[in-house]
Design a protein around this ligand. Structure first.
Ligand SMILES: Nc1nc2c(ncn2[C@@H]2O[C@H](COP(=O)(O)OP(=O)(O)O)[C@@H](O)[C@H]2O)c(=O)[nH]1
Ligand SMILES: [Mg+2]
Length: 300
């Protein structure tokens, strides 16, 4: 085992959809946080662990900062702020879209980071879809707005800039004291139980396949998880807010549910390294997003 000398927590902060979860997955090399083109994909704090050379990075992915419209939304924003409070460093993620400026959510986060006195690196993501000269004014406005430790243009999609990002972040990890252990085993990728990952993978597929607002009203929960050696039997419940949504989730002759199931199963098999038998159930629970009891039940 290589000697780990530095270990620390880094929270990924930023508005919805800038690619926080994608960057974390790309850094650790496996998908542990779900990703989608819809805002508010990430609902709780998700840990991704990267152990490389002398360093162990414990990344904390957070929901994007947004103006909450439900109790679930309130809880997500609270998670963002709470996560910032307990970390050694912050990674603020932005996109260089339109005219260079520091947006309102970014300004709020930077104010918080400054008050907490934690060091912060800025990642300008999605440079695979940005013209190079367009990035410079963003670097300029941000470097004037906050004393970043580094500003790194990256692409979670192509991997561009990621090694440099890791290098900059590793400078911010606290040294371990003599005889202290790192926080996680070097083989670990996440602290999420497999049950939670299974439910999240199903929710991700729903986010990709369902239109507009429907996926935001959906929760998923693993009801059964039986590890039988080379195969796992997993049952996941999909909870929707309306009877009409249930029909859409199931689809014509069950076509939608079948697609969701087979795609989610493939992702599970890849991460868990075994065969998976996945069964999906669909239930309706009215307005669960505003029910304290149900939010607790779903782990939010
Ligand atoms: N072109 C491109 N798309 C990206 C990149 N990183 C993320 N995305 C896409 O942006 C969307 C939001 O990504 P996600 O990681 O869920 O963002 P989050 O809400 O900040 O966690 C998804 O459709 C991703 O595929 C990137 O580097 N390049
Ligand atoms: Mg996310």
């Amino acid at each position: 085992m290589s000697e780990i000398k530095k270990c620390g927590t880094i929270s990924l902060l930023g508005r919805a959809n800038v690619g926080k979860s994608s960057i974390m997955n790309a850094l650790i090399g496996e998908k542990v946080a779900i990703v989608s083109p819809k805002p508010q994909t990430t609902r709780n704090r998700i840990i991704g662990i990267l152990t490389e050379g002398e360093s162990q990075f414990v990344f904390m992915d957070t929901p994007g900062l947004h103006a909450p419209k439900s109790k679930l939304g309130d809880r997500m924003v609270k998670t963002v702020y709470e996560t910032a409070e307990e970390v050694d460093a912050a990674l603020l993620v932005v996109e260089a879209k339109g005219e260079a400026h520091v947006g309102k959510p970014e300004a709020m986060l930077l104010k918080r980071i400054q008050a907490l006195g934690i060091p912060c690196v800025l990642a300008i993501n999605k440079i695979d879809v940005t013209e190079k000269p367009a990035i410079l004014p963003w670097i300029d406005v941000y470097s004037k707005a906050f004393p970043f430790q580094a500003i790194v243009p990256v692409s979670a999609k192509t991997g561009d800039g990621l090694p440099y990002l890791t290098e900059e972040l590793s400078k911010l990890l606290p040294e371990l004291e003599e005889g202290d252990m790192p926080m996680f085993d070097p083989d670990e990728l996440t602290d999420q139980p497999e049950r939670q990952i299974a439910a999240e993978f199903v929710r991700e597929r729903l986010l990709w396949h369902l239109e507009k607002e429907i996926p935001h009203g959906i929760a998923t929960m693993t009801e059964t998880f039986e590890d039988k050696g080379d195969v796992s039997e997993i049952g996941v419940v999909i909870v929707c807010e309306k009877q009409s949504h249930k029909g859409i989730v199931i689809g014509r002759h069950g076509a939608m549910l079948k697609t969701i199931g087979s795609e989610a199963r493939a992702e599970m098999e890849k991460l868990f390294g075994c065969r998976v038998f996945l069964t999906l159930y669909v239930r309706v629970k009215d307005d669960w997003r505003n029910s304290e009891f149900m939010l607790h039940e779903f782990g939010y």
